[in-house]
Design a protein around this ligand. Structure first.
Ligand code: NAD
Ligand code: MLT
Length: 314
């Protein structure tokens, strides 16, 4: 006997077809409506027992309040910072995600951004398209130190990939011991020890009140001149104003952002326009493989919970 009735499920963000296919013949009526406005979502949500989202839908307290028949919210992805957990918990609504389904893709995208920063590939590409043949020196990865903030699923894969490039990997995570970091080839350091020695910094923590603006003006002051920074985790972990200031001063040589405080960012934002910024539109999980996995996993997790075949959690 399961915990849910799960008769009707709404999918309100773009998702691979595998999600709909996984529900077929399982007694669940699925509605696929990506791109709803908040008002439209609030108007139709009372009908549904389940809601599946990626990052575009903001499942705020007023959405949850309107969702009088909602039993479960599923994030086809990792971060659930677009879901109001307190409101869901107060309403007795389960929140679950698919941690792991897009880990490898996000790690590979982080590595791509690190490599792109070394030669500022985005600029060289644009210049060449404009007829400029600028053979500007970049930097090598081998022999450099990369600081990994957050040694969870993605952080550890990034560490292993960067070790293959001959980088020294140092890292910090309040829930990882120095000995288990060492087993993964990562020297465990406190953040204050890490800032002045890293040539590269990469962030792999969730966005929480404790991680908001974790990289800020006072941190940049302590960093090595010419540090290169990548954020493929969540917008808001880096203070974007402070980053811009430090790109302007040259303290930060280059930054690569896949995620932004406001998504999408304004196209004319001075940060986005900066010649030493490489930016991608929240692409970390956007591979065929990851999207197939998370789409299928979230449907299977819903059904397993309905059928009493799983415990749940996020
Ligand atoms: P995870 O939970 O496996 O790892 C996060 C780690 O951060 C944990 O080990 C945790 O202990 C650590 N942590 C928490 N607070 C910290 C702090 N103050 N300092 C240092 N470490 C801290 O998560 P993950 O799957 O590796 O995901 C990491 C981030 O990447 C999340 O923000 C997730 O939402 C994001 N993500 C982005 C994309 C994308 O498309 N760009 C794709 C997948 C995941
Ligand atoms: C995640 O947290 O899984 C990512 O933001 C990926 C996504 O865009 O779904």
């Amino acid at each position: 006997m399961g915990l849910l009735k799960l008769r009707k499920v709404l999918i309100s963000d773009k998702i691979a077809n595998d999600c709909l296919e996984a529900f077929e013949g399982k007694g669940v009526e699925v509605t696929y409506k990506p791109g709803l406005s908040k008002t439209e979502l609030i108007n139709i949500i009372p009908e549904y027992n389940g809601l599946i989202v990626r990052s575009a839908t903001k499942v705020t307290a007023d959405v949850i309040k309107a969702a009088i028949n909602l039993e479960i919210i599923g994030r086809a992805g990792t971060g659930t910072d677009n879901i109001d957990h307190d409101a869901a918990s107060d309403a007795g609504v389960v929140v679950m995600n698919t941690p792991g389904g897009n880990t490898n893709s996000a790690a590979e995208h982080t590595c791509a951004l690190i490599l792109a920063m070394c030669r500022n590939l985005a600029n060289r590409h644009t210049e060449l398209m404009n007829g400029e043949w600028n053979r500007i020196n970049g930097v090598e990865l081998s022999g450099k130190t990369i600081g990994i903030i957050g040694l969870g699923r993605i952080g550890i894969i990034v560490a292993h990939r960067m070790q293959a490039f001959g980088m020294k990997t140092v890292g910090y995570d309040p829930f990882v011991s120095a000995s288990s970091a060492a087993e993964m080839g990562v020297e465990f350091l406190q953040l204050e020890e890490m800032w002045p020695i890293c040539d590269f910094l990469t962030i792999h923590v969730p966005l929480l009140p404790s991680t908001k603006h974790m990289l800020n003006s006072s941190v940049f002051e302590k960093c090595k001149k010419g540090v290169r920074i990548v954020n493929c985790a969540r917008g808001g972990i880096i203070d974007e104003d402070a980053l811009l200031e430090n790109l302007n001063s040259g303290k930060v040589a280059c930054a690569a952002l896949d995620v932004f405080e406001k998504e999408p960012p304004a196209a004319d934002s001075p940060l986005l326009q900066h010649s030493n910024l490489i930016a991608t539109p929240h692409l970390g999980a956007s591979t065929a493989e990851a999207q197939t996995r998370v789409a299928k996993e979230i449907a299977e997790q819903f059904l397993a919970l309905r059928d009493g075949k799983s415990t749940f959690g996020c």
